[in-house]
Ligand binder design. Structure first.
Ligand code: ACO
Length: 325
């Protein structure tokens, strides 16, 4: 018996924000953004949309793809760093709006690695038989915590959501191994300092722009490459496979230079690496979930293929998930 992903879905907000648009906001250029990051445009949600709204749309598509009814979901995990509000959990908000009853529901915060942490968590519950059908949603509205005056970060981020439905089924397909890791020592390199119990919201915290995402990009970049490389290898070691066995590698999309460096270190041809950073930018936890759905719908994953998901994000957290499709 294996825990399989039986359906995927994603949702990108309608509004497209191009690099040219950003040239009007900060001192940057399309040329700099494309050459330094690989990003050409990103999607931005409307003022009325919150993380739950995006997540619900992705979830409905995943449920339809899996041919699973809402009533059958007994576990809902929502990965996000941009919840609708501190509490209740965005998972509770989505539960009500989708009409899920009699389910365990909770949010999971592992930043960009959130989808992989959530898949692994769902796998444990399904493998033990505690729950039968899990819905994992990764949804982000990073535009709401983006400092549109900070060229170091505002060009990198976007909004979107992805979702997957999981079930334990007969056969050898499914999640073969997950590798999860973290090092909180690096917390200061990528965070949002204001609004929590350490620095509660005041007029001064708003004035000092503490409610926005802050990143020391270059230091983050240098740690991301080795940790993502290690994650891919550890994931494969966990199930006795090799790089050559991978049909498609789906990495977190923070920077095309990170993705290319990763491919080079792993000696995996770039054709076997899924890339959508040009259109979506970095949507934190949602990134790998959206990429998985796009790869699935584009027919880039065939039944029996070995694929690997890998991510790295705030915390720092990092990890991977090897799946036989
Ligand atoms: N336009 C023009 N110039 C810019 C811009 C911009 N948008 N942003 C920065 N620059 C400038 C800098 O000010 C600097 O100028 P200086 O040399 O005069 O000081 C110069 O470009 C180089 O800056 P670096 O930060 O050294 O550039 P780098 O090559 O490292 O690229 C980037 C920056 C794109 C942020 C890169 O470091 C990166 O991708 N980092 C990792 C991101 C990541 O993996 N994040 C983790 C996941 S995110 C999450 O969890 C939400």
């Amino acid at each position: 018996m294996g825990v399989r992903i039986i359906g995927t879905g994603s949702y990108l907000p309608e509004k497209v924000l191009t690099n040219k648009d950003l040239e009007k906001l900060v001192d940057t250029s399309d040329e700099w953004i494309v050459s330094r990051t690989g990003i050409k445009e990103r999607r931005i949600c409307s003022d009325k949309e919150a993380a739950s709204d995006l997540g619900i749309k992705a979830a409905r598509r995943a449920l339809a793809d899996a041919n699973v009814r809402v009533e059958d979901i007994d576990l809902l995990i929502v990965a996000t760093i941009t919840p609708d509000m501190f509490f209740p959990a965005t998972a509770c908000i989505i539960q009500t709006k989708l009409g899920i009853k009699n389910a365990a529901v909770f949010d999971l915060n592992a930043a960009c690695t959130g989808f992989i942490y959530s898949l692994s968590t769902a796998q444990q519950f399904l493998q033990t038989g505690t729950y039968k059908t899990a819905l994992v949603i990764a949804t982000e509205t990073l535009s709401k915590i983006t400092d549109w005056e900070d060229r170091n970060t505002c060009v990198l981020l976007g909004d979107g959501a992805g979702a997957a439905v999981l079930r334990k089924q007969k056969g050898d397909s499914g999640i073969l191994s997950c590798y999860l890791d973290a090092n909180g020592q690096y917390g200061d390199l990528l965070n949002m300092p204001g609004g929590g119990s350490r620095i509660p919201a005041t007029v001064a915290t708003v004035k000092n722009r503490l409610h926005y995402l802050k990143m020391r990009g270059n230091e983050t970049f240098r740690i991301a490459i080795p940790e993502m490389t290690k994650s891919v290898k550890r994931g494969l070691e966990g199930c006795g496979l090799n790089i050559e066995d991978i049909a498609l590698l789906i990495p977190h999309q923070a920077n095309i230079r990170i993705i290319k460096a990763l491919a080079k270190r792993l000696s995996i041809p770039i054709e076997k690496v899924f890339v959508n950073i040009d259109k979506c930018a970095n949507t934190s936890a949602a990134t790998v979930a959206i990429a998985l759905d796009e790869a699935n719908r584009q027919g880039r994953i065939k039944e029996g293929d070995i694929i690997e998901l890998v991510a790295f994000g705030a915390g720092f957290t990092w990890g991977s998930c090897v799946i036989k499709w």
